[in-house]
Design a protein around this ligand. Sequence first.
Ligand code: ADP
Ligand code: ASP
Ligand code: MG
Length: 406
Amino acid sequence: MARLVMKFGGTSVADIERIRHVANRVKREVDDGHQVAVVVSAMAGTTDNLVNLARQASAMHDAREYDVVVSAGEQISAGLLALALQNLDVPARSWLGWQIPVSTSAVHGSARILDIDGSLLEERLGEGQVAVIAGFQGLAPDNRIATLGRGGSDTSAVALAAAIGADRCDIFTDVEGVFTTDPRIVAQARKLDKITYEEMLEMASQGAKVLQTRSVELAMVHNVRVQVLSSFEDKPGTLVCDEGEIVEQEVVSGIAYSKDEAKITLTRVADRPGVAASIFGSLADANVNVDMIVQNISEDGAATDITFTVGRGDLERTAKILTDVRDGIAYAQLVTDSNVAKVSVIGVGMRSHAGVAQRMFSALAEKGINIQVISTSEIKVSVLIAAEYTELAVRALHTAYGLDAA
Ligand code: ADP
Ligand code: ASP
Ligand code: MG
């Protein structure tokens, strides 16, 4: 007997027929004698609708009320799946975040899970009851509902698996696993049988939304065996695991892209100590995440330009903050551009192979794509390019690194 966490995303619970299908999939595990905790997302499209409604009601919304609205979708799918399971004579009940409870940090809208008290759940699992848990939500210190950021049900599932000591955490979605790149834009993308936690972490944080970044971090820290697989087809998926479990490692395992980027340039910023600290300090204070940063040495020793990127949704806020602190920083101009995308190549093999970045730059040059900003880590190279070339760039790189399916 094993203890399993099974997570189903939005398209997997999109309508009653899909929910019945999921109930049957869960029943299979129960019939095999396993204890099962299921985590569900909202039905496809629901969260987007709720986000829009909250924005229409109030553009500068109170994040606590935003959370009350957008967390509602998961409540519906959890209740419906519990009903569908009961209909198959499988004992089941739904659990909302506060009922478990899942305790989170205070940052409404993108809270982090701090603790899950699994005791009540484990008691019920021991009695043979299936727990159907609303993902994406928890209880903040102010005793109010908090949500975990878009795609957060993945994190609910992994955190729960760690809390109840599950043997496996299966993430069921609308593709067969983790691919070399988004299979929806590159038909030649290949499914990976295995991927390391580190690579998956980079893929997710560079834009591959198949798993929420935070869920991979948690899986890595708590050593949770995560498998990504299709809820539509009965096929083996992708196992996210330690490097040691992978026999043949490619130099580059995947390519990710993100269109959720905006570029900001401050021209003629004073070239003296403390300036970068005050620019990025004021953004950090406002919880703005800064990603790529470039600064050149100044020609005249007096002033230089600084370019950096933030999430597209943070652009207006960032521009306002920098305008407010302009006197302290003394830049000449603030130039913004949201017509950009970030494309990244990822692979642990880069640590021991030279020429990976060069191959990327050549492949982009061959397509006439201009590189605006470059950033690297030990296992990744990212470039910022004009948004309209995203798909072209991803396809060209996929071919250049020999990742195309035969
Ligand atoms: P769910 O609703 O099940 O959580 P998501 O839409 O959040 O599903 O994530 C699955 C989607 O992630 C896929 O439909 C696919 O388009 C996208 N995706 C992006 N990069 C990858 C990748 N490298 N491998 C697999 N899927 C990817
Ligand atoms: N329903 C939430 C979202 O759409 C959480 C999730 O699906 O993981 O972002
Ligand atoms: Mg998702």
